[in-house]
Design a protein around this ligand. Sequence first.
Ligand SMILES: NC(=O)c1ccc[n+]([C@@H]2O[C@H](COP(=O)([O-])OP(=O)(O)OC[C@H]3O[C@@H](n4cnc5c(N)ncnc54)[C@H](OP(=O)(O)O)[C@@H]3O)[C@@H](O)[C@H]2O)c1
Length: 415
Amino acid sequence: MQQQTQAAAQTFDVVVWGATGFTGQIVVEYLYQKYGDGQQGLKWAIAGRDSDRLTRVKETIGCDEVPVLVADSHDPASMVEMVEKTSVVLSTVGPYALYGSQLVAACAESGTHYCDLTGEVQWMRLMIEAHHDQAVASGARIVHTCGFDSIPSDLGVLFLQTQMQLAHGVYAESVKYRLVKAAGAVSGGTIASMLNMMDEASKNPGLLDVLADPYALNPINTVSGVDQNETSTPVYDETLQQWVGPFVMAGINTRVVRRSHALAGMPYGMGFGYEEGTLIGEGPKGYLKALLAGISTTIGTSLAAIDPMRTLFSRWLPKPGEGPAREKRESGFFEVILHGSAGQDGNGGSIKIKVTGDRDPGYGSTAKMIAEAAVCLAQDPLTSQGGVLTPSVAMGEALTQRLIANAGLSFEVID
Ligand SMILES: NC(=O)c1ccc[n+]([C@@H]2O[C@H](COP(=O)([O-])OP(=O)(O)OC[C@H]3O[C@@H](n4cnc5c(N)ncnc54)[C@H](OP(=O)(O)O)[C@@H]3O)[C@@H](O)[C@H]2O)c1
C-alpha cells in the first residue's frame, strides 16, 4: 500500500537511463513504438549524462515529446534526483561495475524498482551483499540480468517446472538448457563489460573464486548444492542424442537460476541440478566440434586474462556505442531447448520445452525483454517482495505472458 502511494506521487512509470547507448537506443525505439510518447498509458522518460546526445536520440527516433532527464553516475545527487521521479529505472549504462553502483544504492534506499542487463557476476554479488536487506525493507525490486542473459534460462526453468507439475505432479530434479541455434553479434558495450570483468579479476584474484563458484549469487545460507562449475569438455546429452559444448553465458545464467531457486525456498528440492551448454551435433564429428569449441573457449578466456592481450582485443573489437546493424538484428533469432526429469533416469517423469526469440539475442530481443520487464515492474500487480531478486522471482508468470504477447518470445512444451 505504501509502495502504491509512493508510485502515484511520481512523475514517471519508467526512466530509461543510458538512452544514448547502443542498446539504450533500441530500447527507446521499442518503447516508443509499443507505448507511445510518454503522454498516454505509460509515462516514461529517457535519461543520460549528456542532454545534447539525448536530444539527438529523440530526433533520430522521432519521439519528440518524450521527456529528458540528465543524470551522470559521477554525480550521486543526480542519481537520487532521477530515482525520486520514477517508479522504475531501466539501466543500460555499462560496464555496470564502473557506473552502476550509485544507482542501485539510490533505488534500494528509496524503494524504486530497477532492472538492468548486467552479466557481471562479481558486481551482482557486491550489490546483493550491499543492498539486498535494504531493498527488502524499502520494497524496491532490484532485478539484474533482464536480457538474453538470463531471461530465457530463468523464465524457461519456471515455465518447465510449472508444466512438469501439470504433467507429472512433481518438479524436475535435473534441468538442462541447450542453445540449439542463434544468429546475432556483439556490441562494444558488452565487450567493454567483459574486459572490465577480466581486468578487475587480474587486480583482485579473489574475484576468480567468485566467478568460479556455481553458487556465487545464492543467499549466504544456501551456498551449496549438487552443481559443479562449468567444464569445457564435451558432454553427451542422452536425451537429445547430441554432443554438447560450452555456452558462453552459462557462467551467468546458471548462477541466476540457482539464486531464483534459493530465493523461492528450494521448491525443486535440495538435490536440484541445473546446467547449460550448446548443442553441437551427432557422432564423432559432433564430438570433435564440441572438443574444438571447448578448446577455443579455454584459449579465448586465458588470453583475455592477460593484460596486453586485452588491450590488443579492444583495438580490434567494436567500441562502446557500436554494435550489430539493424538488418542483422532483425534477421537474427534464437532457439533454446530445456529438458527436465525427475527420479532415477527420468522414471518420475520428464519434459522438454522450447524457448525462442524473433530478433538477435543480444540486442533486438534483449531490448524488448528489458523494456517489458520495466513495464511489468511498473504496471503489473506483482506479489513479490522487495530485494535483489531475479526475473522469475520478481515478475515470474506476468513477465512470461508479456514477452509472449508483445516481445516475440515463445515458450512451449515440445515433448
Ligand atoms: N545481458 C545481455 O543480454 C546484454 C545485452 C546487451 C547489452 N548488455 C550490457 O548492457 C550494457 C550496455 O551495452 P551497450 O552496448 O549499449 O553499451 P554502450 O553503447 O557503450 O552504452 C553505454 C551507455 O552508458 C552511458 N554512460 C557511460 N558512462 C556514463 C556515466 N558516467 N553516467 C551516465 N551514463 C553513462 C553512455 O552514455 P554516452 O552516450 O553519454 O557515452 C551510454 O548511454 C553493457 O554492460 C552490456 O554488457 C547486456
